[in-house]
Design a protein around this ligand. Structure first.
Ligand code: UGA
Length: 427
């Protein structure tokens, strides 16, 4: 039997919604707070405002029972823990914008004034080292007029992959709890009591740095594989065979070694850039991290170069772009590698026909004038070239559809096809 705790989650976005719903599943009493009344209404009805595997079932199971959503901060009057899950969008220079974290901290402080219990404020989102201690803590204490003996502070980073967030939450590799006082750490640990995962206790800033470092290391693995892949391509070697042999070394590990069009999404590009600006602010030149970003920027252009090598001048040619989101199983197009690819194709005068099982509506906002199809076959018909940008399982079955093309020239940015005749970006 789990020790049920009263938890408020600030921000009903992707991280807040998954975290809050999973806390409810663990047996806690959760209120998700969001400024958007439509989102709040949808959560309370058990309908997830975003698509995430397994989330709808969990939400339906818990909404209206141990999970509710609200636009107001009333639940903080009685909360034992408050998790900050609001966004940290990038500033133009790549650093993290902490505006929402700051305003949430002020609102939390004000709402905690009347809370008679010891309460711990926990930062869940990825924030630069020092944020919890230097921004959140003083703002909350100032607004609440309370002391550290009444309000504790912790940093508990999330390691959730889009599309696998529920699974990642429920079966974590580790739980990191950063705090500067024992009592706060103990209260956070109680939330995860039921879970079977190692708990790592660190200081506040180390926990913040663990999250940046994890994402930067994973991004480095990808750019490293891409660089090796680019070399392998010249040498006529299959980089996937190479990485299979390399990844079996336990010191390296087999995951995140898939070479291809590079990493996208709302985390890796943003977090590595933030770490670069953080390093530069200390006077360091983060050569390795800068190269990780540089390799990543180049990969989409390599696909265009390959296409041009096979097809000649792209002007006036119909090119099918298959896969528009930053990866499969999501409609999220943030920093998707398909964006620079389409931009470059249009710059060279090609006519683009795009398909994605889920990401058409958001991509239509970015490129309103290109053609969109409702199936791969539709965009392949009459195309002279095709670029595969994500690993949707349905793409692995494509074969006869390529016969609809005017010329069967296929460049793969992800290793997914099983049919003959495709050329990989770096294999
Ligand atoms: C990433 C991390 O994996 C999570 O642990 C972290 O919590 C999350 O960021 C975050 O900071 O919130 P996510 O961005 O959802 O999760 O997606 P990933 O599955 O990690 O993929 C990121 C990108 O890397 C995708 O574009 C994917 O196609 C690419 N990738 C991934 C590769 O190019 N090669 C690989 O081997 C693996």
């Amino acid at each position: 039997m789990v020790n049920s705790m009263r938890i408020s989650v600030i921000g009903g976005g992707y991280v807040g919604l998954v975290t809050g719903t999973c806390f409810a599943k663990l047996g806690h009493n959760v209120t998700i707070i969001d400024v958007d009344p439509i989102k709040v209404q949808s959560i309370n009805k058990g309908q997830p405002p975003i698509f995430e595997n397994g989330l709808e079932d969990l939400l339906k199971e818990n909404a209206g029972k141990s999970l509710r959503a609200s636009t107001g901060y009333e639940s903080l009057g009685n909360a034992e823990l408050v998790f900050i899950c609001v966004g940290t969008p990038p500033n133009p220079d790549g650093s993290a914008n902490l505006m929402y974290i700051e305003s949430a901290s002020n609102s939390i402080g004000t709402a905690l004034k009347t809370n008679p219990h010891y309460c711990v404020v926990v930062v869940k989102r990825t924030v630069p080292p020092g944020t919890t201690e230097k921004i959140v803590q003083p703002a909350v204490l100032r607004a609440s007029r309370k002391t550290e003996s009444e309000i504790g502070f912790a940093m508990n980073p999330e390691f959730l992959r889009e599309g696998r967030a529920v699974e990642d939450f429920m079966q974590p590799d580790r739980i990191v709890i950063g705090c500067n006082d024992l009592r706060a750490g103990k209260q956070v640990a109680k939330v995860y009591e039921k879970m079977n995962a190692p708990v790592i206790r660190t200081g506040l800033t180390a926990a913040e740095m663990i999250k940046y470092t994890s994402n930067a290391f994973l991004a480095t693995k990808i750019s490293f594989s891409n660089e090796i892949g680019n070399i392998c391509k010249h040498l006529g070697i299959d980089v996937y065979e190479v990485m299979k042999g390399v990844g079996l070394d336990q010191r390296i590990g087999p995951l995140f070694l898939n070479a291809g069009a590079g990493f996208g999404g709302s985390c890796f590009p943003k977090d590595v850039s933030a770490l670069v600006s953080l390093a530069q602010a200390t006077g360091e030149t983060p050569i390795l991290l800068q190269s990780v970003l540089e390799v990543n920027e180049q990969q989409p252009h390599r696909m265009i170069a390959l296409l041009e090598k096979r097809l000649g001048n792209l002007s006036g040619k119909r090119i099918a772009v298959i896969g528009l989101a930053f990866k499969d199983n999501t409609d999220d197009i943030r920093d998707s590698r398909a964006i620079p690819v389409i931009q470059e194709l249009l710059r060279r005068g090609a006519s683009v026909a795009a398909y994605d099982p889920m990401a058409r509506p958001p991509m239509q906002k970015v490129f309103p004038t290109i053609e969109y199809g409702s199936s791969a076959a539709e965009v392949l018909r009459g195309s002279e070239g095709c670029l595969i940008m994500t690993e949707w399982p349905e793409f692995s079955r494509l074969d006869t559809e390529f016969d609809l093309m005017a010329r069967r020239i296929i460049i793969e940015g992800r290793r997914i096809l099983t049919c003959d005749g495709a050329e990989g970006i770096c294999w």
